[in-house]
Design a protein around this ligand. Structure first.
Ligand code: DQA
Length: 148
């Protein structure tokens, strides 16, 4: 069974309450439940974590090297600042998809640069919670798993 890891970065545990005009009303719990349902249907194993700590995220990516087939990551604010997370993705050599709820390219200038984008297979940005489901679908395609 293929194994997928989803990493949610800082402040994403507050989804639903946090700036809903930008990030939507969907809670992280609901997104995670939907992803679990999709994983069950596709018969893949899914692990989900959320962390506000850069080092913890770096550790999780590093550990994914031999244990996961693909990674979906919303690095949140670390997208724009973390060379460490970018280097961890490059070092892990696990197929990685970058996700953002908001369209980072339509926001403040400091959000328009993603340090992780160049080391990811691709990025999905701007579709709210749907960004995660699109990323999941992209992962299934990458891993050549048939979608139901
Ligand atoms: C975000 C966009 C980031 O700029 C921001 O810091 C976040 C969330 C998104 O999903 O739209 O925390 O990654």
């Amino acid at each position: 069974m293929k194994k997928i890891l989803v990493i949610h970065g800082p402040n994403l545990s507050l989804l639903g309450k946090r700036e809903p005009g930008i990030y939507g009303k969907q809670t992280l719990e609901k997104i995670n439940k939907d992803l679990k349902d999709l994983a069950k249907k596709a018969k893949v194993s899914l692990t989900i974590m959320q962390s506000n700590h850069e080092g913890e995220i770096v550790d999780a990516i590093g550990n994914s090297r031999s244990s996961y087939d693909a990674l979906i990551i919303n690095p949140a604010a670390y997208t724009h600042t973390s060379v460490a997370i970018r280097d961890a993705i490059a070092a892990a050599a696990v197929k990685t998809i970058e996700v953002h709820l908001s369209n980072i390219y339509a926001r403040e200038e400091f959000r328009q640069n993603s340090l992780v984008a160049p080391v990811c297979v691709g990025s999905i940005s701007g579709f709210g919670a749907e960004s995660y489901y699109l990323a999941f679908s992209a992962v299934l395609s990458l891993l050549k798993i048939q979608k139901n």
